[in-house]
Design a protein around this ligand. Sequence first.
Ligand code: NAD
Length: 444
Amino acid sequence: MNIAMIGTGYVGLVSGTCFAEMGNRVVCVDIDENKVDQLKNGQLPIYEPDLEHYFSRNTSEGRLTFTTDLAEGVAHAELIFLALPTPPGEDGSADLSYVLNAAGEIADLIANEDDDRYRLIINKSTVPVGTADRVQNVMEEAGLQAGEQFDVVSNPEFLREGVAVDDFLKPDRVVIGTSSEKAANMMTRLYEPFVRQGNPIVVVDERSAEMIKYAANSILATRISFMNEIANLCEKVGANVDKVRLGISKDHRIGRHFLYAGIGFGGSCFPKDVQALHRTGRQNDYNFKILDSVLKVNDQQRELLAERVIDYFDGDVSGKKVAIWGLSFKPNTDDIREAPSHIIIRALLDAGAEVVGYDPEAIETTRRVFGDAIDYADDMYSALDGADVLVICTEWNAFRRPDLADVRDRLAEPVIFDGRNVFDPKRMAEMGFIYSSIGRPSLP
Ligand code: NAD
């Protein structure tokens, strides 16, 4: 099938590449000229495991191309995907200007064509309920006829950064929101190769599809905030949240995923999507109280380690050097959007500390935010040289089994604040560390 992917970010690039991998011809469009140049030169603008392999194969075999020219993408495609940003607006609701403006431009291009080809406009961005209708209105305002010249489909994306390629190639489910049988058939044909193992393609109406995405992200975020509150209470009553997690996860009604306590959720999705769903409630005279709490708990949790470090130094961190391991919002990505590490760094800098950061992939993305305000280490050990304390913000595998004797020797004081519970408190105490983690008793 001929596909245009409008927006070539984390979602657009992975989706476009994976569609090409199944034999489709995909043109990825982006307004960022640097990004498109990089992609045309065979360089990936993001780090995502396995992406390079599929990207190289499909570009070299000519199924995956890149352009800044929207008209080129639209002329090529029968399926036009929107994988555009939907950042939070000032009031927390999703900013739809990228989606609606692009839809307007696409509509004008289609309206000016000579032929009468049928197109699908497929929304892959995470958008509030009712957006498919708004996109349809934009198309109709350009004189196009729904059902004849186009249909709008909601096709929310569930890939997780860090395992995005695998998620896209083998999704747990595909959600297609449309009231058009013709559109549903085309979308099913497109996705059948991805669900060969029997996972479902769920076809629903547009509004339910839009709500599914917000409900999914919000329930996951709720689990995280819930476990973080359990962890905070564990600390007060002398229980261990890791043991609690193991105990509750054996109950099949609960399951074992998304029960890890830590320093809160970040990334470009959970914070904004929970906020946007909360806002949808408000706009419809409904106060979604749980979501309000989920966000408040998360804000508090993301500040926690900075507060602990400052408390450890009796409120005065001026001149103290803090090493941070892990800058991305989660492992296996270079994405730093809403990363807890960045909130911690900001708080430490504000309090007068010096910060040196290390991350296997997210140093460049972090440098774009903090510039020279912090130092960047070339490797995880040199970050520790002369540091007064180590703070672990992201659970990259490389941090799980370091040479702890080396870590201890390099730190000015053997103090670790672990936001991801990667070490065993007993072993850390035996090795002479002052070790603080989340929701577990600290040993002397
Ligand atoms: P992103 O910021 O990585 O990518 C968006 C891209 O769109 C950028 O490259 C930008 O230059 C480009 N762009 C902006 N305006 C454009 C225009 N008019 N024409 C062409 N390109 C344009 O964003 P993302 O993380 O890929 O997210 C996209 C959407 O998918 C969001 O709604 C997000 O909530 C949703 N989503 C993201 C993830 C994720 O893990 N990142 C997962 C599921 C859903």
